[in-house]
Design a protein around this ligand. Structure first.
Ligand code: PHB
Length: 388
């Protein structure tokens, strides 16, 4: 009897042990779960978690996400977290990255440790050039700003004022918009860069109003900044003055569009994902996402980035039969892979490791009483113009 009890206790102890290290592939995600960008990080993590929940084990391996909160724009902390994830937690992949400065800080760690690093949002063109172990499934600002500039020029908008956040993605958005818009005969009548952290938009917006452009082109990072901009735009009466608002889809982010309310109506934007995208894949994605994020939570492009990034990781683990080697992983990732995303089919460019995808032109409209970015045109298979 005593022996049987002992044997039972030993069995229990075995069952309670965590999965052995060799049975697990670890993915370290560096994201903001607190501060100004907490909502973006939460959406991205939920997207990644959803993929794991839907697909379970792959090549006999459990996929474990280790999420680290970088707390906003903080390159030194991002770098330290990456080092800890690689050396202490022994992650086989790095992922996440809402913000460009944090992604750039991690590039040397990815290179040194030969850890495949999947960018799930950060959208400055240069990021993928900083390490051969970095690939991006999200988008670049140049990739979406170029089609918007073309659309504006073709739609009788001749004079534009630009307003962007003063850091990498803002610089790219402004430079590409200007280049393409002027090449199509448009004129830039003024440009302003606003601080990234908690900016007060009112004085900048007043200056734009006084310049009387036909339209203002905007990039601010999705979330609090986009809500703040829209509020100031309406308060200063630019829409009533007939000044059109054209933007990268970060401004009319699905996560905050409802909070923006009526002033957002009619905004034209270009982006890679809208919750209103009509496809069976997106319908299924939205339904499943609500189970992870909570009923009524609309997935935004951060959530899709998390889901697609995890999709690429799963495909890589499968291809390598569960034995992750950084160089072999990158060889697969640069072999012409495609992913069926809720946004449509995306591909990873074998040379640049950057995403190639359709870019949609959208207009904020009410659908069933709620605001959505309704797609009405698209430019197919756009590469990052920042690389050519
Ligand atoms: C970035 O920092 O690269 C970034 C952040 C938020 C966005 C887009 C780009 O909406």
């Amino acid at each position: 009897m005593k022996r049987m009890l002992l044997a039972g206790a030993a069995l229990l102890a075995v069952a309670a042990l965590p999965a052995k290290a060799e049975d697990t592939v670890k993915v370290g995600m560096i994201i903001s779960l607190s501060g100004q960008f907490a909502d973006t990080g939460t959406q991205m993590l939920n997207g990644a978690k959803l993929y794991v929940k839907q697909h379970g084990d792959v090549a006999g391996k459990k996929i474990e996400i280790i999420a680290k909160d970088v707390g906003g724009i903080n390159p030194p902390v991002a770098k330290r977290l990456a080092q800890e994830l690689v050396t202490r937690d022994k992650v086989q992949f790095l992922g996440g990255f809402v913000l460009t400065p944090n992604a750039l800080a991690v590039a040397p760690v990815a290179t040194q440790a030969k850890v495949p690093t999947i960018i799930m949002n950060a959208a400055t063109s240069i990021i993928t050039t900083k390490s051969p172990y970095i690939a991006r499934v999200s988008f670049t600002l140049s990739q979406v700003a170029a089609p918007l500039a073309e659309w504006a020029a073709k739609n009788k908008i001749n004079h534009v004022y630009t307003l962007v956040s003063d850091y990498g993605p803002g610089n790219d958005a402004e430079a590409t918009f200007k280049k393409v818009f002027t090449a199509h005969g448009g004129e830039i009548v003024g440009s302003v860069k606003v601080p990234l952290k908690n900016p007060d938009f009112s004085p900048f917006i007043q200056r734009i109003k006084d310049a009387k452009p036909e339209a203002v082109f905007v990039f601010v990072p999705a979330g609090e900044a986009s809500v703040g901009f829209m509020k100031a735009f309406a308060e200063r009466g630019l829409n009533k003055a007939g000044i059109k608002l054209i933007a990268t889809g970060d401004l009319t982010d699905d996560d905050v569009l409802t909070a923006m309310g009526e002033p957002a109506l009619g905004v034209i934007s270009t982006h890679h994902y809208s919750a209103a995208h009509e496809s069976p894949e997106n319908t299924a994605f939205k339904k499943a996402y609500a189970d992870v994020a909570g009923a009524g939570v609309r997935p935004n492009f951060m959530a899709v980035g998390g889901w697609d990034g995890m999709h690429l990781i799963y495909d890589t683990v499968k291809k390598l039969g569960g034995n992750i080697d950084g160089d072999k992983a990158m060889a697969f990732i640069t072999s012409g892979v495609t992913i069926q995303s809720p946004r449509g089919t995306i591909a990873i460019d074998p040379t640049t490791r950057d995403v190639v995808q359709d870019v949609y032109v959208r207009k904020v409209q009410k659908v069933g009483g709620q605001l959505y970015n309704v797609e009405f045109d698209k430019v197919a298979k756009v590469k990052d113009p920042g690389k050519s």
